[in-house]
Design a protein around this ligand. Structure first.
Ligand SMILES: Nc1ncnc2c1ncn2[C@@H]1O[C@H](COP(=O)(O)OP(=O)(O)OP(=O)(O)O)[C@@H](O)[C@H]1O
Ligand SMILES: [Mg+2]
Ligand SMILES: [Zn+2]
Length: 255
């Protein structure tokens, strides 16, 4: 079919379903024939394990929703301190070890870290996100206020363009291979935001999708349906970060 704009190349004809797709990105791949996806034994489409191009597309598409920034990109496990003035802080060791364990094998697991302001929760979320991204695993690090803002934007777009943006964006959050939600409970909650959160977490819970949550709220104090899923001992590690506010530590302790 000829494109109405003469400056735009002809749209590709897809009459033959087995015809190789033009390599939009990456090398030619003899394993998937540049389709970038392959069928597994169950008949589900999976990113081609050989060229990994679909995996990189996924990484790039999730990045557009991320709350990652220049500051959080520098927060790592290595620069997370667990000892101050020569004294090891057990709670920080536990949090660091749980975050590292999750980052090394996130699949089928949830990690919930809760605690006071400045105790290092966001630092560990960013460290997990950075670790996974370096390992080429598509993860989405987003604060709850950013997640809700993104959904509100999608509703706005949808009413202007009749696109199904809201459902599409919900699916991003429901199905991201690894979802890291920071500042859960920091949003101004409403029946709408509660139902959105429940839909995302319940989907991820039922499908055992890797999820990390950081919050100031004691998990017992969430809506009971969310509190119960968060604390399922078969799936989830819940850990309290009881460290004092790092921001207010004397400068001498931060070096
Ligand atoms: N153990 C630590 N080692 C090094 N830096 C830390 C540590 N804990 C916190 N920080 C730093 O202190 C600042 C505040 O930490 P962070 O943002 O992770 O706190 P938080 O628990 O998310 O707080 P809030 O509840 O206010 O969001 C960040 O710059 C972070 O890098
Ligand atoms: Mg934080
Ligand atoms: Zn391939």
């Amino acid at each position: 079919m000829r494109h109405p704009d003469p400056n735009v190349a002809d749209a590709p004809v897809r009459s033959d379903p087995d015809a190789p797709v033009e390599p939009r990105d990456g090398e030619d791949c003899d394993y998937c024939g540049n389709k970038r996806f392959v069928l597994d034994a169950q008949g589900n489409l999976k990113p081609c394990p050989k060229c990994d191009t679909a995996q990189r597309w996924k990484l790039a598409s999730l990045a557009s929703f991320s709350s990652r920034n220049a500051f959080s990109s520098k927060q790592t496990f290595v620069n997370f301190k667990t000892s101050f003035s020569g004294v090891e802080d057990e709670t920080l060791v536990d949090c660091l070890e749980s975050a590292e364990a999750f980052a090394n094998n996130p699949y089928g697991r949830w990690l919930v870290i809760w605690g006071e302001r400045g105790s290092g929760k966001s630092h560990l979320c960013a460290a997990v996100d950075n670790h996974l991204t370096q390992a080429g695993i598509p993860s989405l690090f987003i604060t709850m206020p950013d997640l809700l803002a993104s959904l509100r934007e999608a509703i706005e777009l949808q009413s202007n363009t009749e696109q199904e943006s809201f459902t599409g964006r919900m699916n991003v959050f429901k199905t991201a291979p690894v979802l890291i939600i920071d500042d859960l409970g920091a949003e101004t909650s409403s029946p709408w935001s509660d139902s959105v959160l429940f839909e995302i977490l319940d989907y991820r819970y039922r499908n055992r999708l890797a999820t990390m949550i950081a919050t100031n709220v004691n998990p017992d104090d969430f809506d009971y349906r969310i509190a119960s899923r968060m604390q399922d001992t078969e799936l989830s590690t819940v850990i309290e970060n009881a460290a004092p506010d790092y921001r207010r530590r004397p400068l001498s302790e931060k070096r």
